[in-house]
Design a protein around this ligand. Sequence first.
Ligand code: AFP
Length: 343
Amino acid sequence: MISLTQFLIEEQRTHGAVNADLRLLIEVVARACKRISIAVGKGALGGVLGEAGTADSISVNVQGEAQKKLDVISNEILLEANAWGGHLAACASEEMQDPHPIPDAYPKGNYLLLFDPLDGSSNIDVNISVGTIFSVLRANDDRAEPNTQDFLQPGTSQVAAGYCVYGPSTMLVLTTGHGAHAFTLDRELGSFMLTARNLRIPQDTREFAINMSNRRFWEAPMRRYIDELLAGTEGPRGKDFNMRWVASMVADVHRILTRGGIFIYPIDSKTREQGGKLRLMYEANPMAFIVEQAGGAASTGRERILEVTPQKLHQRVPVFLGSKNEVEIATQYHHAADEAGFI
Ligand code: AFP
């Protein structure tokens, strides 16, 4: 069993995909995830549960969502960890309106890091798995101080992406463009150890993940697709399906990477204004990169997620990802409905 560091060095020798700065970046993020795992694991004993801010003024993030204490703590851990190494030009986070510059006291590097520091944070107070999601882009060499525009690169431009899921075990899943690989935190050693190389998502599945309580808000092709799954052996799909919904994207995606499935957060009449629920730059894009590297597919229901041209840093998109054949069926239903002018 090899450590994350040995794996990254071997990736550089084999594919030339992980130069020294990118290796430092990934190791720094992994170390930050270890610290977040410790904070999350303390639960009520660490005084870190509940909302951030004061009793009469709960702090709200740029998304207009109430911030949990662990959202703020996780964000700070990632910012501090990435400040001094000289590998980054700037960071961007779900928790911050604008890109965060590297302090002038430290040298700047050639990469941009985007992250959702604690995804699924509404689950923290009920002790359900949460996670950290990150995406790495190349910085614009011509600009000393990156601006928001420098971050607005399509998902195909990512040089690395990963997530850490804080579950019964803490696991890091990573891609640098040559497969998706899983590492499990050995808490005695304090190291992430490679426990699954080249994850593969089965092309077919009998398991779907969606928040069914939103059904009445969905578009027609979404209702058609899900109703056919629910009809099971008596319906056009001719087989029964099972459902899971953790409401932590990291946990749902990790299950799909492990045993297949389709994860869906569609656009609906509630989220049409914002373009969907999940964020493109630091949720959909990194997860889409990982899923495609594991042989799955990732679509907005109408186009490949990785080819969406970002317009805003906190842009939202609909997400269909996982077992390739199911993503293709759901996407085809949306195309057919669009062509018929029937939504
Ligand atoms: P929070 O971080 O606010 O808990 O949102 C988590 C999330 O962005 C994603 O991880 C889940 O899949 C999705 O939202 C759950 O959304 P619903 O609460 O609407 O089911």
